[in-house]
Design a protein around this ligand. Sequence first.
Ligand code: BG6
Length: 461
Amino acid sequence: MQHLFPKGFWWGSSASATQTEGAANIEGKGQNIWDYWYEKEPNRFFNRVGPENTSQFYYRYKEDIALMKEIGHNSFRLSISWSRMFPNGKGKVNDKAIEFYNCVIDELVAAGVEPFVNLYHFDMPITMQNIGGWSSREVVDAYVEYATTCFKLFGDRVKKWFTHNEPIVPVEGGYLYDFHYPNEVDFGKAVQVGYNTILSSAKAIQAYKELGQHGKIGIILNLTPSYPRSQHPADVKASKLADIIFNRSFLDPSVKGEFPAELVSLLKKEGYMPTIDEGDIDIIKANTVDLLGVNYYQPRRVKAKEHLPNPEGPFMPNRFFDNYVMPGRKMNPHRGWEIYEKGVYDILINVKENYGNIECFISENGMGVEGEERFRDKSGIIQDDYRIEFIEEHLKWVHKAIQEGANVKGYHLWTFMDNWSWTNAYKNRYGFVSVNLEKDAERSIKKSGQWFKKVSENNGF
Ligand code: BG6
């Protein structure tokens, strides 16, 4: 075995509530921004497919958890739907939601698959969005109430919690680049939303610690390394700014309890400092994460700006850099994303060297493929050799980082089974298990799922 991983390595996958559960408008669940936006503008979703049914995990979780076990999972990350737990975002809790999550958690534990539970994966209850979403302090308080309720109800069995998944994505999607509701373009609000999200994470961590449940609590960040086009000082400066804005903005406060000084001075200089209440900074400082989830799909390549930005245009982060398309880059042609396996190693070494070698794991990595049905063979199995190669090449770099002392505890693929992916709906398939939408969402293990079983059993390859 060339790549043996540390004993007890977490082998599994990750998913989220809105993308898998279905039963979106029934069973006591309230609407979240996705249910609402789809109702209002179905044309914004690929093939006009919305979140009502998704992959039916709500009804089929037993079958799905059995499949997880079959393909060698010892851990699985799911998220809890805030609007299923609290149909109005706060106040009365939905008993059917408690029952559902209790059943899922019990089923996972019984199958020997440790549940890793994330509290927020892009799915703001619409009642909370209507009062400002993450830009509102009232929503931060409601989130802490929701998080505390979950700790109390499920914390006896769940020992790995996460406050947020990719918290910068709702900032980008909802307040800068128009791919999440509320589709605003407002840099000042984006900064406030980002800041309040970090505060909500620290407050949830504080609440968790106060309960003394002896588990771990962390955050999941999409850490996208920023590579400059060249070593020209202008390119290097551009890549540093991109790193500060997109990575360190969340990584530093989450792990070190403080914001990067360069980010603070940039926001001050440009006149975009958020409103910070007395005591906030102390809460952020005192409540850092125990565990860091790293999501990695593709690198960010940048260069110095070619042209001055439109002085009348909205203020955007790319005022400081341009994206760079590197000639000869390796592509996933099915998704249009660059594949750069060494990126995962660079992230892990950075975390080791600059973030106290905090305990971490790969919480998402994966390869989206459009039209994957064409790879199904006569026996009905999707022959996704490209995915096996993708995972293997990334795992080699994870292994190397571990050899060099990085504190990496596991690898979760995005995702367990094909799921609904926001405005892309079912366009790109990522799962170990295929979900055949033509055949009542029939599940079947892909070649990569069978391969993963062996990797997990052997603890390496
Ligand atoms: C990740 C998100 O960033 O990307 C997931 O955490 C999402 O929720 C995944 O599904 C893949 O995105 P896409 O757009 O390729 O389907």
